[in-house]
Write a protein that binds this ligand. Structure first.
Ligand code: DC
Length: 213
């Protein structure tokens, strides 16, 4: 089974993807971590969000060290800001495309794969068996992200997180290459006011209803 989960920042898409992965024994790839690893790598090489160019960013994808993917170092606002800038560059997206498709089709001990991101159902895996689009009100997403960052020991303020998220949302939704939008056939879940259990239950019911047909 192949599942595509797309959605806005802090919408709950990652939590849903992890829970579905464990329920259905699927290999899970958080594709946002690819863009975040690239952003961290560029920031550490002293590139700035204001001046980073597409050729440099795209070239860095080819010898990118993905070992930072599971670490807290990629979960900062500075990294997220740089990630949303390089993610708008077509050559960068192109250089990540084959890696993501290979991950989804690799034969492993899993029973399939689940990828979460912004363009999984629309561009990376348009033939996925199930597609979800997860969204929530901006203010609620910013509150969730503020809590997450504070729990991780970062001193951030709600107002700043809200403004950064508004900017990133705009870049993700308005870019010309693979903008954030619900893919054809995606089940849309608005997670405003829902907890993780509620989101998981809705997604599971959708999958089970379709599998029965
Ligand atoms: O989901 P996230 O916050 O970790 O994503 C970081 C950035 O990467 C965000 O600005 C959107 C971008 N991204 C993307 O353009 N395409 C994806 N498939 C995943 C993330």
């Amino acid at each position: 089974m192949i599942i595509a989960v797309d959605g806005s920042a802090a919408s709950g898409k990652g939590t849903l993807a992890k829970r579905l992965a464990s329920h259905f024994n699927l290999a899970h790839l958080d594709t946002g971590s690819l863009y975040r690893c690239l952003a961290l790598d560029l920031l550490r090489s002293d590139h700035l969000p204001e001046t980073i160019d597409e050729t440099t960013a795209a070239a860095s994808v080819n010898d990118l060290d993905l070992s930072m993917a599971g670490t807290a170092a990629i979960r900062t606002d500075a990294v997220a800001g740089m990630a949303s800038i390089v993610a708008a560059m077509p050559a960068v997206r192109q250089n990540f495309l084959a890696f993501q498709r290979r991950f989804a089709s690799e034969k492993t001990s899993h029973d399939g794969a689940i990828l979460d991101g912004r363009d999984i159902g629309s561009v990376i895996l348009p033939d996925a068996d199930f597609k979800f689009f997860i969204d929530a009100d901006l203010e609620e997403r910013a509150a969730r992200r503020t809590r997450e960052l504070q729990d991780a020991g970062q001193s951030v303020m709600f107002r700043d997180v809200l403004e950064d998220m508004r900017d990133r949302d705009r870049r993700d939704r308005e870019r010309s290459t693979a903008p954030l939008k619900a893919a054809d056939g995606a089940m849309i879940i608005d997670t405003t006011g829902l907890n993780a259990d509620g989101v998981f239950t809705a997604a599971l019911r959708h999958i089970e209803n379709h599998r029965e047909q």
